[in-house]
Design a protein around this ligand. Sequence first.
Ligand code: HEM
Length: 216
Amino acid sequence: MAIAGYFVGQYAQGTLSSLGRQHVGLAPDYATQPWPVQAAFYFHIVFAGLALALGPWQFSRRLRVRRAAVHRGIGRVYLVGVGVGAVAAFVMSFFSTVGLLGFFGFGTLAVLWGWTAWRAYRAIRERDVRSHQAWMIRNFALTYAAVTLRLWYGVLILVQIPFVHGVDPIDTIMPHAYAPLPFLCWLPNLVVAEWMIRRRSLPALHLMASPSPGEG
Ligand code: HEM
C-alpha cells in the first residue's frame, strides 16, 4: 500500500517536466520522451498501482468464502489493472533508463505478468479453482516486483557505501544499484511463489514432463 500510494502519488504533484526539474523519481528521464511514451508511463503507474493495491485483498479466505461477489468484482478490476499496466510496461521497456538490460528484464516481466494473469483467468473460467490459485500466486509475485525492486534498490545502495569514497553517489552508487534490478526484482519472487504453491499442494510447474505410465 505504501509503495502504491507513495511512488504513484509523487507523480500527481506536477507535470513530468516540472517534476523532472525537481529530480523526482524517473520524471527527468520521461519528461524528454515523446508523448506516447509519457502516456504509457501514466497508464502504467495508475493501472499497475491499482493492481498492487487490490491484489492482497484477493488472498483473504474470508472474502473469498463469505463475499464471493466482492472477490469476483475486485478480481475483474485487478485483471484490467494488470492488463493495461503490462501493455504500458512493455512499451516503456523499449525506453528503459537502463537500456537493453531494462528492455530484456522489464520486457520479460511485462510479458509474464500478462500471461500469468491470462492463465489464472482461463483456469477460473474452466472452474479449475486450484490452478486459478496457483496462477494468481505467480501473478501477484510478479505484481510484487514493484515492492521488491525498491527493497533491493535500498539494500544495494547501502552495501556499496562502505566501499565508495569521495565520489558523487548520484553518479556511481545509484546506477550500480539499479543495474541488476530489471531481473532481480522478479526472478526470486517467482522462486518463492513456486515454493508457496508446492507447500499448499497446488498444481506446481514441472521443468520436465512426468514419465508416462509403464515408463522407467
Ligand atoms: C509487474 C510488472 C511491471 C513491469 C514490467 C514494470 C515496468 C516498469 C518500467 C519498465 C518502468 C520504467 C523503468 C525505467 O525506465 O528504468 C517502471 C516504472 C515504474 N513503475 Fe512499474 N512495472 C511493473 C509493475 C509495477 C507496479 C505493480 C507498480 C505499482 C506501484 C509500478 C509502478 C511504477 C512506478 C511508480 C514507476 C516509476 C519509477 C519510480 O519513480 O521509481 N510498476 N515500471
